[in-house]
Design a protein around this ligand. Structure first.
Ligand SMILES: *Cc1c(COP(=O)(O)O)cnc(C)c1O
Ligand SMILES: [Zn+2]
Length: 410
């Protein structure tokens, strides 16, 4: 494999350049920084043949990732998740070719592993020893795991009502956890205040340039798994929207590498009714989002009232002729349970929202029966037992066979 070809970092809003190989957060103008590569040169040395011998993780795309020395890589086996055909669900909702990209099989049970594997690897490379993160849940778990693997000190700020799985994972991985009576936006403010005083590196998504690089591997991977032909539509549960922006970046890079053509999938941002700033901005024709007051949804990864990458996300959705759609909590839970019983795939509420959205968009005619549709299930349903337990209260009297009552083995 050729070594990577990072040239510099570039502000996504004002295009100002920053030197690679140094710790950076946001641009002076407040814009997120993106990593740029010498793709023309990389095209000469990196070919599709190399994948036969490449690692069975997202690090198979290392030439287009920011890490310069292989020894910096902190990996727990993230990426190369299965792309599963969902034939029964497809038949029911009127699609011929419905695929589920199951990111729930990643380390720590969500796609956040990709971003944090990359970000923590860069911390190792840049000599950063202490990291801090505001998180709605899964980013905290992933940060805690990769920080533990790298031997870094981790400081986590998350909402007090974060799913139990996220809280317990962070504690088990040995992170310093602070519960905040508020949302990820409040946690972000606290980390921004404390990080400089404490000497912590702030790994808030898009406030550091490398999590998105890890997430973009979802774009490379879907292309590879589909034989370098992108699908017609991608449904993605958008909180910060970084996975969507990352895939969009990956598609442009792959085109520059000569691996795909100009065709792009319709990028569909799926949100929860109780927190849908992207849907509102999309429908209003706005370039950016306004803060969503009183954000509430059990799909905790979607509880992001004002995404930092809103401009980039809205741009990608529009350029792709995609759309944005919101699903209510009750419908997304129903969709998750139905999918589990039809396909044997137990998805996070965020992924479940995309299943419900696909059904709606097919019914409305926005998606066509012949479209190849890929749904991103960003996390495992196992991380959301409180949410699903509202549908399955345990009842000794009814959860038994016809004998009634608890069966006591002799
Ligand atoms: C964080 C998260 C999301 C939102 O991801 P973004 O790429 O920031 O939009 C969706 N689903 C799950 C399970 C998450 O943990
Ligand atoms: Zn800028």
């Amino acid at each position: 494999m050729p070594i990577n070809s990072v040239t510099h970092l570039e502000c996504s809003l004002c295009s100002r350049n920053y030197e690679a190989g140094k710790p950076w957060n946001l641009c002076e103008c407040g814009g997120p920084l993106l990593v740029r590569y010498d793709l023309a040169r990389l095209r000469q040395s990196w070919s599709l043949d190399s994948f036969a011998a490449a690692p069975d993780s997202m690090w198979r795309y290392a030439p287009a990732l920011p890490v310069r020395q292989e020894t910096s890589i902190v990996s727990l086996g993230e990426g190369m998740t299965p792309l599963l055909a969902a034939a029964r669900t497809a038949r029911r909702i009127g699609a011929r070719d419905l695929l589920i990209k199951d990111e729930g099989l990643n380390p720590t049970g969500s796609f956040k592993a990709r971003g944090l594997s990359c970000a923590i690897s860069m911390c190792v490379e840049l000599g950063i020893r202490k990291v801090a993160i505001p998180s709605a849940g899964n980013a905290a778990s992933a940060l805690a795991a990769y920080a533990a693997a790298a031997g870094l000190e981790a400081h986590i700020y998350m909402p007090a009502d974060v799913p139990q799985s996220n809280f317990i994972e962070c504690k088990a991985y040995g992170a310093n956890v602070t519960l905040v009576d508020g949302l990820i936006s409040d946690c972000g403010r606290i980390v921004a205040e404390r990080a400089p005083k404490e000497g912590w590196f702030d790994v808030s998504t898009l406030k550091e340039p490398y999590r998105i690089e890890g997430k973009k591997t979802m774009g490379y991977e879907i292309a590879e798994q589909l034989g370098w032909e992108l699908p017609h539509a991608i449904l993605y549960p958008a909180g910060g929207g970084v996975g969507l922006i990352g895939m969009w970046k990956a598609f442009a890079e792959m085109e520059a590498l000569g691996w795909i053509g100009a065709h792009r999938p319709k990028m569909i941002a799926v949100q929860a009714e109780g927190c849908q700033p992207v849907v509102r901005a999309f429908e209003a024709g706005a370039e950016s989002c306004t803060f969503w007051e009183n954000a509430a949804t059990l799909a905790s990864g979607l509880r992001v009232p004002k995404p930092l990458g809103d401009v980039l996300m809205l741009r990608a959705v529009r350029e792709s002729a995609g759309t944005a759609i919101a699903i209510c909590d009750s419908d997304l839970l129903d969709a998750g349970i139905r999918l589990a019983s039809e396909e044997g795939i137990f998805v996070a509420p965020e992924g479940a929202a995309c299943v419900a959205a696909a059904e709606k968009l097919l019914a409305q005619g926005f998606l066509k029966p012949d479209d190849k549709i890929v749904i991103y299930n960003t996390g495992s349903g196992l991380k959301y037992l409180e949410a699903y337990s509202t549908r399955f209260p345990r009842n000794i009297a009814s959860d038994t066979d016809k004998l009634g009552g608890l069966i006591t083995p002799r």
